[in-house]
Write a protein that binds this ligand. Structure first.
Ligand code: SF4
Ligand code: SF4
Length: 142
C-alpha cells in the first residue's frame, strides 16, 4: 500500500527505498471478529478461494487479504503514481509495527480453510455449521 519512493526520499518513515514494495503486493480489509458458527463458516468460504488469506494483526483485529499486486507497481518495484497515490498508501508503515519490511504484521494467519479449522479446534470452538432442518410450513395441508 505504500510506495517505493524515489531514492532521494527523506530518511524518516519506513525504509521503502530498500524494500521490494512488500505492501503493494496485496490488499487487506478489516472484517468483524467472528463470533458464531455462521461467521466461522463465512471465513471458511473466504479461505476456500485461491490467493485469499485471513489474519489477525498484533492488536487482534481480523483482516481479509487478497494476494493481488497493485496495477501501479512497476517491474522494478516502484509506484507509477507516487505523487497521487491513495491516502492508505501514504499512511502505511508510518505507525510503529505497521511496516512489513520489519517483519510480518500478523500474529496468526490462515491461508486455507483447513488451517482455520485446526485453529478453531485448538481454541475449543465448535465451528461446524449445520442448517436447521425445516419443519412443515404452518397452515399447509399435507
Ligand atoms: S498506488 Fe503505488 S503505493 Fe499504492 S499500492 Fe499501488 S504501487 Fe503501492
Ligand atoms: S513494506 Fe514498508 S518499507 Fe516496504 S514499501 Fe511498504 S511501507 Fe515501505
Amino acid at each position: 500500500m505504500t510506495p517505493k519512493p524515489p531514492p532521494k526520499a527523506p530518511a524518516a518513515g519506513p525504509p521503502c527505498a530498500d524494500c521490494p514494495a512488500l505492501c503493494c503486493r496485496y490488499l487487506a480489509t478489516e472484517i468483524d471478529r467472528p463470533r458464531c458458527k455462521r461467521d466461522y463458516d463465512d471465513i471458511r468460504w473466504y479461505l476456500l478461494h485461491r490467493a485469499v488469506s485471513v489474519f489477525l494483526d498484533a492488536d487482534g483485529a481480523w483482516f481479509l487479504a487478497f494476494e493481488s499486486p497493485c496495477r501501479e507497481l512497476d517491474e522494478a518495484g516502484r509506484c507509477r503514481c507516487y505523487a497521487t497515490r491513495p491516502r492508505l498508501c501514504r499512511a502505511h508503515g508510518q505507525a510503529a509495527g505497521s511496516c512489513e519490511f520489519h517483519g510480518p504484521l500478523h500474529r496468526v494467519r490462515f491461508s486455507t480453510a483447513e488451517e482455520f479449522e485446526h485453529w478453531l479446534d485448538a481454541q475449543g470452538l465448535d465451528w461446524r455449521y449445520r442448517e436447521r432442518p425445516r419443519g412443515r410450513e404452518r397452515g399447509r395441508s399435507a
